[in-house]
Design a protein around this ligand. Structure first.
Ligand code: NDP
Ligand code: 2IT
Length: 444
C-alpha cells in the first residue's frame, strides 16, 4: 500500500464520523501523491503526512448563554489550530447549526494549503459553533459572542491565532467578539480580521473573497482567450462571498443570473439586482423569496436546483458539497465553460472528477477563494504597522495575489504533467511550501 493510502486509512480509522474531514484528506493526499513519491523516504522517516493530517491542537468548549426569555442555552465552541509551520494560524469562525468537529477539521485542513497559496505568512486554523444566528436578536448574538470569546481568548492573540468570519459570522459578530477580547485582555491588537473600519479593519476585506474569486476566474478564462464579458454566470449563496462575487462579475461585464439561500433560489435573466439583494440580505437579513417578491423579472424556486440553470460559468458560493455528481452532469450538459469555487469544498470528489474529465476549467476553492484570507493577512500587516492603506492599494494587492496564485498552480500542474488540472496544481504548490517549512523546523 502506498504511503498516502496508509495515511488516509489511518485518518479514517482514528477519526470515525468525520466524513467531510475524510473527504478533504483523501482529495489532498491523493493529488499530491506525485510530489510525495519524490521524497517518500524522507517523509516516511519523519512521519510528515501523519503530522500534516493531525491538528497541532483542537479546542472544544461549552458556551452557555442566556436568551431574551431569560432561559439558559448551551452551545459547543471549537477552534482547531491545524498547522503553524509558515506563520501564526489563521482562518474563519463558522456559526451554523451543522457545525461539528469534523466540519471544523475539514475547513482547517483546507485552510493550511489555501493560506500557503496566498504567499503570505499564515498557518491554517478554523473554528466556530453550532449556534444559529438566524432569528436571534442582536442582543442574543452579542451575548453569545461574548460568552464564546470568554473561553476562546485564552488560546488566541495577534501573533498566535487570528480568527475571522465565515458562514454566520460577519461584521456584527466580529465586532462583538473583538469588544469582548479587548475587555478581558486589555489589549487592542489585531487578534481578529474582518473588523469594522473604525477600529482596525481593512478596506476591501468585506469585498475580498468575492472580488478575488472573480479576479481568479477572469485570469483563468483569459489564459484560454475567453472573455468574461456577456457570459451568463450561475451563482449560489447570497451571503458575503456571493454578493461581492456578483458585484465584481457585473463590473467585469458578466451577467450573474442566480442567487440562493438555504430556503430557495432565484433565476433572474435580466441579471441580479445588486442593490435589492444587498438591501434584503445585508440590511433586512431577509430571504431570497423577498427578493423575488420585489423583482418582477425574477423566478423563485423553493429548495435546491440552481445548477440546472443554463449558464456559461458556475460560481458555488454557499457551502460544502452543494454540487454532487448529478449537478455536475447538469452543468456539463448545459456546456458550462468554467466552475470556480467561492465556497469551501462545494464540489464532491465525484463532481470534481467529472468536471476535470469533461474539460471544464475548474478553479478549486483553496485557490479561487483565497482572496478573503489574503486580505485578512493584509489587515494583520496594517494592524502591526498601525496604518491604513487605501481601497485601491488593497484591491491592487488582492489582484496581484490572485493572478500569482493562478500562475503558480498552473505551473505546478504543468510540472507534474497534469496541465490545466488546477486541483493537482493547487494542492501540490500549497503542500510544498508547508512541507519544506515543517521539515526545516524538526519533529514538532
Ligand atoms: P454567509 O453566512 O455570509 O452566507 C452563506 C450563504 O450560503 C447564505 O446565503 C446561506 O443561506 C447559504 N448557505 C449556507 N449554508 C447552507 C446550506 N447548508 N445549504 C444551503 N445554503 C446554505 O457566509 P459566506 O458568504 O462568508 O460563506 C460562504 C462560503 O464561502 C462558505 O463555504 C465559506 O466557508 C466560504 N468562504 C468564505 C470566506 C469569507 O471571507 N467569508 C472566505 C473563503 C471562503 P442561509 O442564509 O439561508 O443559511
Ligand atoms: O475560508 C476562509 O478562507 C475564510 N473564511 C476567511 C478566513 C480569514 O481568516 O479571513
Amino acid at each position: 500500500m502506498s504511503y498516502v493510502d496508509e495515511v488516509i486509512n489511518q485518518i479514517k480509522k482514528e477519526n470515525p464520523s468525520e466524513p467531510e474531514f475524510h473527504q478533504t484528506v483523501t482529495e489532498v493526499l491523493k493529488s499530491i501523491e506525485p510530489a510525495v513519491l519524490e521524497k517518500e523516504e524522507e517523509y516516511r522517516r519523519d512521519a510528515l503526512l501523519e503530522r500534516l493530517t493531525n491538528p497541532e491542537r483542537q479546542i472544544k468548549f461549552r458556551v452557555p448563554w442566556v436568551n431574551d426569555e431569560g432561559e439558559v442555552e448551551v452551545n459547543t465552541g471549537y477552534r482547531v489550530q491545524f498547522n503553524s509551520a509558515i506563520g501564526p494560524v489563521k482562518g474563519g469562525l463558522r456559526f451554523h447549526p451543522s457545525v461539528n468537529l469534523g466540519i471544523i477539521k475539514f475547513l482547517g485542513f483546507e485552510q493550511i494549503f489555501k493560506n500557503s497559496l496566498t504567499g503570505l505568512p499564515i498557518g491554517g486554523a478554523k473554528g466556530g459553533s453550532n449556534f444559529d444566528p438566524k432569528g436571534k436578536s442582536d442582543r442574543e448574538v452579542m451575548t453569545f459572542c461574548q460568552n464564546f470569546m470568554t473561553e476562546l481568548y485564552k488560546y488566541i492573540n495577534a501573533d498566535r491565532d487570528v480568527p475571522a468570519g465565515d458562514i454566520g459570522v460577519g461584521a456584527r459578530e466580529i465586532g462583538y467578539l473583538f469588544g469582548q477580547y479587548k475587555k478581558i485582555t486589555g489589549q487592542f491588537e489585531g487578534v481578529l480580521t474582518g473588523k469594522g473600519l473604525t477600529y482596525g479593519g481593512s478596506l476591501a476585506r468585506t469585498e475580498a473573497t468575492g472580488y478575488g474569486l472573480l479576479y481568479f476566474t477572469d485570469t483563468l478564462l483569459k489564459n484560454e482567450d475567453i472573455s468574461i464579458k456577456d457570459k451568463d454566470i450561475i451563482v449560489s449563496g447570497a451571503g458575503n462571498v456571493a454578493i461581492y462575487a456578483i458585484e465584481k462579475a457585473k463590473q467585469l461585464g458578466g451577467n450573474p443570473i442566480t442567487a440562493s439561500d438555504s430556503t430557495g433560489w432565484v433565476y433572474d435573466p435580466e441579471g441580479i439586482d445588486l442593490k435589492l439583494l444587498k438591501e434584503i440580505k445585508e440590511v433586512r437579513r431577509g430571504r431570497m423569496y423577498d427578493y423575488a417578491a420585489e423583482r418582477p423579472s425574477a423566478e423563485y424556486h423553493e429548495g435546491k436546483g440552481v445548477w440546472t440553470v443554463d449558464g456559461d460559468i458556475a460560481l458555488p458560493c454557499a457551502t460544502q458539497n452543494e454540487i454532487d455528481l448529478n449537478d455536475a452532469k447538469a452543468l456539463v450538459d448545459n456546456d458550462v465553460i468554467a466552475v470556480c469555487e467561492g465556497a469551501n469544498m462545494p464540489s464532491t470528489i465525484d463532481a470534481t472528477n467529472y468536471f476535470l474529465d469533461n474539460d471544464v476549467l475548474f478553479g478549486p476553492a483553496k485557490a479561487a477563494n483565497a482572496g478573503g484570507v489574503a486580505v485578512s493577512a493584509l489587515e494583520m500587516t496594517q494592524n502591526s504597522e498601525r496604518i491604513h492603506w487605501t481601497f485601491e492599494q488593497v484591491d491592487d494587492m488582492l489582484k496581484n495575489i490572485m493572478v500569482n496564485i493562478f500562475n503558480n498552480i498552473s505551473n505546478a500542474a504543468d510540472k507534474y504533467n497534469k496541465p490545466k488540472n488546477f486541483v493537482v496544481g493547487a494542492n501540490i504548490h500549497g503542500f510544498e511550501q508547508v512541507a519544506d517549512a515543517m521539515q526545516s523546523q524538526g519533529i514538532v
